[in-house]
Every structure is written in structure tokens, then in C-alpha cells.
Design a protein around this ligand. Structure first.
Ligand code: ADP
Ligand code: MG
Length: 226
């Protein structure tokens, strides 16, 4: 069953066409990695998929709730860790407080942050803040979790802990769409990879297909990373 379907999506900013007829589907349990050069439209694609941006043309259909994890964590600085996680389930989803707190504490345990519930974001490392933001997204019980470069604001030694969390979620068959510059991670964790270039899907397939492709733009992109 597909949880997300985007058909013929177009989006322009000030006359610049950033997404040119993008179509994709995400199946339940699938991990989709989106790679490609800076400015190729990856974030815009994610923002359209999650309703943060309205597409100019095309159709988007998705099942259930989604969660979003940003590059810069986007935690509420004046809320404790626990409040960051529980606020939306209680106020937006109108769920029972006891149940939400119990679930939030379980999620914190899972993220290795059980002793941080009273802390404020500024008291945490970047890696810890990103784990809180993943817990916050999971607290909404999303069908799909979207990540926009979840490790690119982190020092290399903190990147690994976030990639591990995402890998563990993949092992639990969480459906995820991940924009990333971590090519080894994409290769190892993704079921399907989309390579975006200048607003189009220039290549897509399994990691083997995409990384083994002789597509010139793909090769140029990989060459620049090395
Ligand atoms: P990526 O995430 O692949 O780096 P983006 O989707 O952020 O690419 O951006 C694609 C292009 O769209 C860039 O040229 C960027 O400057 C432009 N763009 C993105 N968001 C906006 C916006 N809100 N207003 C104007 N231009 C934007
Ligand atoms: Mg981006």
C-alpha cells in the first residue's frame, strides 16, 4: 500500500521553476532517500509533501499523520524536553495527558535521553536536540517520518548517533523519507533512492542501480563529494 503519492508536482518561486513535474510514491515500510546537489529542490519537495509549501500544480495524496525532522532541530527553546514532545499530542491531537506523558517517556528512553526530560534545548548537544526532535515527531504517531538533512548541522562525531537512531527506526519498518548528503547511509539504509538535479528526478532506483548508474549528472555529483 502506498502511503504517499505525488503526481506531476510543479513549484516555482519568482519565476524560477524549482520542481518540474515530480512524481513519486512511498510504500508502507519503505525508506526513501533523496540525494542531489544543493539547490536542486530537495527541501521544496519535502515541504510540498508535508504541506509547508503549496504546490502550483499536481496532486498529493497521503495516508494519516506525518512527522517532520528538520536540519536545525526547530525545538521550542522555552519548553522543556518533555513539553516539546508532549505539547502537540495534548493540544493538537487532544490526547489524554497521562497516556501522552507515558509515551513521551518511553520515546525518551528509546532515544537514550531518559534523564533529560526537564532539560531545556540550550542545555543539550546538537545530537541530543536532534534526538528530542525525532521523539517529538514520533509522539504524533506518524505514518511517515520526513527528515530534511537531519545530520548536516551536526559535528561528524554526533552524526553517527542520529544515523543509528534512523537505522533502528528502519529496522522497525518505520516508513521514512530522508533528504541526506550521507551517501554511505543512503546506500545502506534506503530501499529506494531518488537523485534530484535542477528540479527533476534525474535518476532513481535501488541503491545498487543509482550508485552504479552511468548517468553523467549523478557521476559528477558523486565525484564532487569525494
Ligand atoms: P535543496 O534543498 O535541494 O538545496 P531547495 O528546495 O531548498 O533546494 O531550493 C531550490 C531552489 O528554490 C533554490 O534556488 C532556492 O533558492 C529556491 N527557493 C527555495 N525556497 C524558496 C522560497 N521560499 N522563496 C524563494 N526561493 C526559494
Ligand atoms: Mg535543502
Amino acid at each position: 500500500m502506498s502511503l504517499l503519492e505525488m503526481k506531476h508536482i510543479k513549484k516555482s518561486f519568482d519565476g524560477l521553476e524549482v520542481l518540474k513535474d515530480i512524481s513519486l510514491t512511498v510504500e508502507e515500510g519503505e525508506v526513501l532517500a533523496i540525494i542531489g546537489p544543493s539547490g536542486s529542490g530537495k527541501s521544496t519537495l519535502l515541504r510540498c509533501a508535508t504541506n509547508l509549501e503549496k504546490e502550483d500544480a499536481g496532486e498529493i495524496r497521503y495516508e494519516g499523520q506525518f512527522g517532520l525532522v528538520f536540519q536545525n532541530f526547530n525545538l521550542f527553546p522555552h519548553y522543556s524536553v518533555l513539553k516539546n514532545i508532549t505539547d502537540a499530542p495534548i493540544r493538537v491531537q487532544k490526547r489524554k495527558k497521562d497516556e501522552v506523558y507515558a509515551e513521551a517517556r518511553e520515546l525518551l528512553k528509546k532515544m537514550g535521553l531518559q534523564d533529560k526530560e526537564e532539560a531545556y534545548p540550550c542545555q543539550l548537544s546538537g545530537g541530543q536536540q536532534q534526538r528530542v526532535s525525532i521523539a517529538r515527531a514520533l509522539a504524533m504517531n506518524p505514518k511517515i517520518l520526513f527528515f530534511d538533512e537531519p545530520t548536516s548541522a551536526l559535528d561528524p562525531e554526533l552524526t553517527g548517533e542520529i544515523l543509528k537512531v534512523i537505522k533502528d527506526l528502519a529496522a522497525e519498518h518505520m516508513t521514512m523519507v530522508i533528504v541526506t548528503h550521507e551517501m554511505n547511509f543512503a546506500k545502506n539504509v534506503a530501499d529506494h533512492i531518488i537523485f534530484m538535479d535542477k528540479g527533476v528526478i534525474a535518476e532513481q532506483g535501488t541503491p545498487e542501480e543509482v550508485f552504479g548508474s552511468d548517468n553523467a549528472r549523478m557521476q559528477e555529483f558523486l565525484g564532487k563529494l569525494n
